[in-house]
Each structure stands twice: as C-alpha cells, then as structure tokens.
Design a protein around this ligand. Structure first.
Ligand SMILES: [Zn+2]
Length: 309
C-alpha cells in the first residue's frame, strides 16, 4: 500500500522557490519503514521510501540532511553525523546505514564504482519481490565484481548482453583478482601492491611494436599479461577505458582481474618487465604511479627494481 505522508511533504516545499526544512538536531522518524533488501544500496532504500511516501527522493533525503547534493553523494560520502541522522529518520542504527552505503570504500577504489548499475544477480533479483522502483544492490555498482557477494552466483550484464566471456580459461585468476580488489576496496587489506593501482597500470597504453598483430590498434599493457586481450579488443573494435576510469564491461572484466592477479602473484619484477613495454611520456607516468604505489607499502622497499630502466 502506498500512501502520501502529508506531514513530510508539507515540510519540504518548492512552490515559492524556497525550500523550507525544519532545523532539527534529529529529524522526525518515519511512521512506516520498509525493510532493506540484502546488500541494498542506501540510495535505493531511500528511493523506495520516497516512492512509498510520494515525495521526490532528494526531498525525502533533505528532510534529514538538508545540505546533501544528491542521492549518489549519500552513497559515496557519508559522515558519522549524517549516518546517525539518516538512521534516526529510518528508525535503524547508524552501522546499518553505513553498511548500505559505499562510504567504506577506499578513496582510490572509488574509480571502480560505476555511476549506474552495470550488472545484477539473477538469483538475488528473484528474491526481491518489492513494489515500486527496482531495488539496487551495492554490488551492482562495483566495477571489480564478477560474482554476487551474497550468493556467489555469476553476475549478469545489466545490458542483458549474453556474450560469454572469451576469457574462461582465466576464470580462476579472475576470481583471485576480484578477491584482491575486494579486500583492498572494502577492507583496506593489500599485499605488496595495490590491486586497484595494478588494474590502472594494466590499462596504460604500450608500445604498439610489442603487439603481435598485423592490424593496428591502441594496445594496453593488459595484452602483455593476458595475450588474448589484444586480438579480442581489435576484432570487436573495443575502446578500452582509460586508467583513470578502469571499469570494463562484465564480459571483458575477467581479463583485467586475471591480469591483476597474475602481476600480484609474480611480484615487483613483473612491473619492471611491463615498464619495458612502454615508451615516451607513458613510461614516465608508469614509473611515477608505481613509485607512489610502492612507497605507500610498509614492507620491503622494491623501488630499486624499477630504477634500472
Ligand atoms: Zn546473489
């Protein structure tokens, strides 16, 4: 049953162009709170409430966070005070609210968070059974996921593309890459290298003379570690994303995650080898990124490995 919560709507008016929101230390509690789905994204939960109460989602959010700029902002950057205010309004505790957000994600790993849902788990979607807007789970935005963190089913491309990944032989390595990035992004745990940074490095352009293909293309370091990637990118005329935005479509993602796993397993010497495949300014940029990544690690200093090139 959907109903209009007139009191809430009346307190957030735009008719005169001036938003009037009561300045409360803690906002009023909603009379009806919808149970969140497992792994549901905070903005999705708020959106479902907004539909239930028949108010715009941002207006509902601003009832307790009057300075918030967007629903995405509450997913990505949620302070303790904001979490407490949202928790009070939705009659839950702040820890639950934080778990639904992405505010725990390591800042560098936020590059791997998509702006919109890219994928979904068919098994979990069948269990949703909710009216109103389609719920969104956290994992639908995570650009390093291949499998559902709840039930471990393989995720499905949100565009309903049925392409099986051509990198099936790399599936075990790809799952290991997923684990490495997940440990770093969600829990801040990493070994000698940042797997998120390794993913970026693998998307850097390399010397085209190192590609064993007759056709030309924009070849990335990824093709050095996962050789099949070069031909697939060229044959499908794919423009891979830049290192600044290292989110690959689901069917190509196993290649990048497997590459991350292989480099992580091989150790710093592999970075030296990869560096030898780059020319020009990209080589300098690669060196800078690697130096920054390794200098932030508390373990043995492997920088000298890169200074011979
Ligand atoms: Zn699932």
């Amino acid at each position: 049953m959907r109903r209009s919560h007139r009191e809430l709507a009346a307190r957030t008016r735009y008719g005169s162009g001036v938003r009037v929101t009561p300045k409360l230390p803690h906002c009023d509690q909603l009379p009806v709170v919808l149970p969140p789905l497992t792994d549901e994204l905070l903005s999705s939960w708020i959106h479902r409430h907004a539909t239930f109460y028949d108010v715009p989602p941002l207006a509902m959010l601003r009832h307790c966070l009057d300075a918030i700029s967007s629903l995405r902002a509450v997913d990505l950057v949620l302070t303790d005070e904001q979490a407490s205010r949202v928790a009070s309004m939705f009659r839950t505790d702040a820890a639950n609210v934080r778990r639904m957000s992405l505010s725990n994600i390591l800042p560098k790993s936020c590059r791997l968070i998509a702006a919109k849902p890219m994928q979904f788990c068919a098994a979990c979607a069948r269990q949703a059974n909710s009216s109103g807007p389609e719920p969104v789970r956290r994992s639908q935005l995570l650009g390093w996921r291949l499998t559902c963190p709840q039930c471990c089913s393989q995720l499905i491309d949100g565009d309903k593309r049925s392409n099986p990944s051509p990198f099936a032989d790399y599936w075990t390595d790809a799952l290991d890459g997923q684990r490495l990035i997940d440990d770093e992004a969600e829990r801040g745990v990493r070994a000698w290298a940042s797997p998120t940074e390794l993913a970026r490095l693998l998307l850097m352009r390399r010397d085209p003379r190192t590609a064993h293909l007759k056709r030309s293309g924009s070849f990335r370091l990824l093709g050095v570690v996962v050789p099949e990637a070069d031909a697939i990118v060229v044959e499908n005329q794919i423009s891979l994303p830049s290192a600044a935005n290292p989110i690959l479509p689901l069917w190509l993602r196993p290649a990048l995650l497997a590459g991350v796993s292989i480099v992580e397993r091989e150790g710093p010497a592999m970075l030296t080898w990869l560096q030898s495949k780059i020319i020009g300014q990209n080589r300098t940029r690669f060196s800078e990124l690697v130096s920054t990544m390794l200098s932030t690690h508390p373990g043995p200093e492997p920088l000298s490995l890169l200074q011979h090139n």
